[in-house]
Design a protein around this ligand. Structure first.
Ligand SMILES: [Fe+2]
Ligand SMILES: [Fe+2]
Length: 673
């Protein structure tokens, strides 16, 4: 039966599916209308888009669709999204972050509402809340279901679905068997499905609306229990029934017949029975007209195969396999020719599965050891700087120590407008900008990438193994996502540095220095990107990329402090060179003759006082004004600085506004700044 019009299945909730039935797999998109807002749930495939579109437009104006929920990433529910976008719909795609990583490959352009960042909820303008229930590995790691408490409707996606020969919108009496068959194929194992079904037991549910098959309104707990107890998937481990062989053949024949009848109808099942020389009562209980043996079992399956072909054989395969195992009867001959999985392959898969789950357990254990608040930025939810340093040390150190062949890449980005937004809108808006950036990064993140929030306006992305070109592509994607986002109070861009571990010099390939050097190079490239005009990606430090000017020389051994001050000064439109010790500072000062030197007093190799003395000895550097900054600010150190002609002495921790004020004053007083 075809259902061609939209049908109201609960107050304000409509089935808006098409009539296309793809080899027995009907797709069910639903539309939830709430006041002026509408939510489209699992919108369907490209094949039935026109009908779904027509159904939606007959109920609402399509610009009312505010959200599209995607329960997982399969084409039967997602592939029509770009077509809705092409018709001018503007909505957010509501989904799990794991699903998002794959959904992007449909070429969608809409923004995402990642449910993991919203307590697994979607709040509509009216205050109505839709909740998302995790259904991990059923049949995708990020699979979820949606629960609408107002109507007690469970939008269950592939769960509770069924093959749909002779489809009806409402589930009929034979639905249970059809549903089992579908799950035997698509759900991985009872171990995975059981806990999810148990979690549904306590939930008040009036209606189950699956993405395939039919609506379930009656005996809901019976359906939940059936799936809770179902043996399904490639790793089924049934309990042998220990029945005698003839009982086994009869019971197996009955089970297979029931499944056949649920798909093709009772009269078709009766026809097969007769052609196989068997008889049964109206409940398909078989009377053995002849010896119930392997010959009968074979003949029955042969007959079914002859009438319905390979499709039936494949549909019934998990059931027949299980029955053969439970009753210790050989597989029907028609199957041995078609079964793709040999016992040895099953064994191999099972072994693989075991070692994968052991690895997962180890990972969970390790992660549990790290206190969440210690490792995460409270503001953005990303890993924090402390964790970043530890992580780099362990990852890079490990790669070098064990001489692993992997080649990680690091992307560091700095938001270009941080200072501007701070001065125009205040700290709260800066925090909002960081949060929005974290959400953006999360929305484009691939599974294997790790994101961090570093000090100041910096973020980082670590890619465990990637060719440099691939890392630059990722950086460009990040840059584009930020520059084109409408989430910020005003346009925001990022300057990005990219480095691959392979770029380190041979002498830097030491466990003790490689992690810091790796980060330093990325930071250097962030600065190059800024100097070249911001909003760009820099993946090399070749001499032509390095800035050829230096207004201010910053001498600061602490990398993060240097980064923060650099950003402040660059936002005042000065070009900045950085030296981490006194010797390097002297060399840069001689090469560039900056208009100003801002120097820490306590420096490696040559302290700030000696540096100033050395500068005074050279004609090309003697008149460069010098500012000091340090935690060390005593009577004696200030006097010594004054004797050396240092014009200002900042006490650390620094007030950035003070630095800006002093530098601005110097510029106004006619210094070269
Ligand atoms: Fe699916
Ligand atoms: Fe599906």
């Amino acid at each position: 039966m075809n259902q061609s019009r939209p049908a109201e299945i609960a107050p304000g909730i409509y089935w808006v599916g098409g009539t296309f039935v793809n080899k027995g797999l009907q797709c069910n998109p639903y539309l939830l209308i709430d006041d002026q807002e509408a939510v489209l749930i699992d919108p369907g495939s490209v094949l039935d888009f026109e009908e779904v579109w027509g159904n939606v437009c007959s109920l609402i104006s399509p610009d009312q669709i505010r959200y599209v929920i995607l329960h997982h990433q399969d084409p039967d529910l997602c592939s029509s999204v770009p077509l809705f976008e092409q018709r001018g719909c503007r909505f957010q795609l509501v989904t799990h972050w794991r699903t998002k990583t794959l959904v992007r490959y449909y070429g969608v352009s809409s923004d995402f509402h990642i449910i993991n960042s919203h307590q697994n909820q979607l709040k509509l303008a009216s205050g109505r809340t839709l909740s998302f229930l995790p259904a991990p590995y059923l049949h995708f790691p990020g699979a979820v279901m949606t629960y609408d408490a107002r109507t007690q409707t469970l939008f269950s996606s592939d769960l509770f679905g069924a093959f749909s020969e002779d489809w009806t919108l409402e589930a009929g009496e034979d639905y249970l068997e059809r549903m089992k068959s579908f799950h035997e194929h698509y759900m991985p194992s009872n171990e995975v499905i059981r806990p999810v079904m148990e979690s549904l037991m306590g939930l008040p549910i009036m209606l189950i609306a699956p993405q395939h098959g039919s609506l379930i309104r009656n005996d809901i707990r019976m359906y939940i229990k059936a799936l809770r107890d179902l043996e399904c998937g490639a790793f089924l481990h049934s309990v042998r029934k220990n029945l005698d062989i003839s009982g086994g053949y009869l019971a197996s024949a009955e089970a297979v017949l029931k499944r056949y009848a649920s798909l093709y109808g009772l009269s078709e099942a009766q026809r097969v029975l007769t052609e196989s020389g068997l008889r049964a009562d109206s409940d398909l209980r078989v009377f053995p007209a002849q010896e119930a043996d392997h010959q009968m079992w074979n003949a029955l399956l042969e007959k079914m195969f002859a009438r319905k072909g390979l499709e039936w054989l494949l549909t019934a395969e998990p059931l027949v396999e299980r029955l053969s195992y439970e009753y210790e009867i050989p597989l029907p001959e028609v199957y041995t020719a078609h079964l793709a999985r040999s016992n040895s392959e099953l064994q191999r898969l099972s072994e693989e599965n075991k070692s994968l789950s052991a690895a997962r357990d180890r990972l969970v254990e390790n992660l549990a050891g790290v206190e969440h608040s210690m490792s995460h930025s409270m503001l953005t939810g990303l890993y924090n700087f402390q964790f970043f340093q530890k992580y780099l040390k362990e990852e890079i150190g490990g790669i070098i120590e064990k001489e692993l062949g992997s080649s990680p890449a690091l992307i560091v980005l700095s938001l270009d407008q941080t200072e501007r937004i701070k001065y125009r809108y205040g700290d709260k808006e800066v925090e909002q900008m960081f949060k929005n950036t974290a959400l953006l990064l999360e929305s484009i993140r691939e599974d294997y990438q790790v994101y961090f929030k570093l000090p100041g306006s910096l973020f980082a992305c670590y890619i465990p193994h990637a060719a440099k070109e691939r890392a630059v592509d990722v950086a460009e994607e990040i840059r584009n996502a930020i520059a084109s986002s409408g989430k910020f109070v005003e346009a925001v861009t990022a300057s990005i540095g990219v480095v691959s571990l392979q770029e380190l010099q041979p002498e830097e390939h030491q466990k003790s220095i490689a992690p810091d050097r790796f980060y330093e190079i990325a930071l250097e490239r962030v600065r190059i990107a800024k100097n070249k005009g911001k909003n760009r990606v820099c993946g090399s430090s070749s001499p032509e990329d390095k800035p050829s000017t230096c207004d201010i020389l910053l001498v600061e051994p602490e990398q993060t402090v240097a980064e923060v001050i650099t950003v402040v000064l660059e936002n005042m439109h000065y070009s900045v060179q950085h030296a981490a010790d006194g010797e390097k500072a002297l060399e840069i000062a001689g090469r560039f003759q900056p208009a100003l030197i801002l120097s820490e007093v306590m420096l490696p190799k040559m302290d700030g006082f000696v540096l100033r003395q050395e500068l005074l000895l050279r004609s090309d550097t003697k008149s460069i004004p010098v500012l000091y900054m340090s935690h060390l600010k005593t009577e004696a150190s200030v006097r010594r600085a004054a004797d050396l002609g240092v014009i200002h002495y900042f006490k650390k921790p620094l007030m950035l506004a003070e630095i800006q004020g002093v530098v601005s004053n110097l510029a106004e007083k006619g210094e070269r700044l």
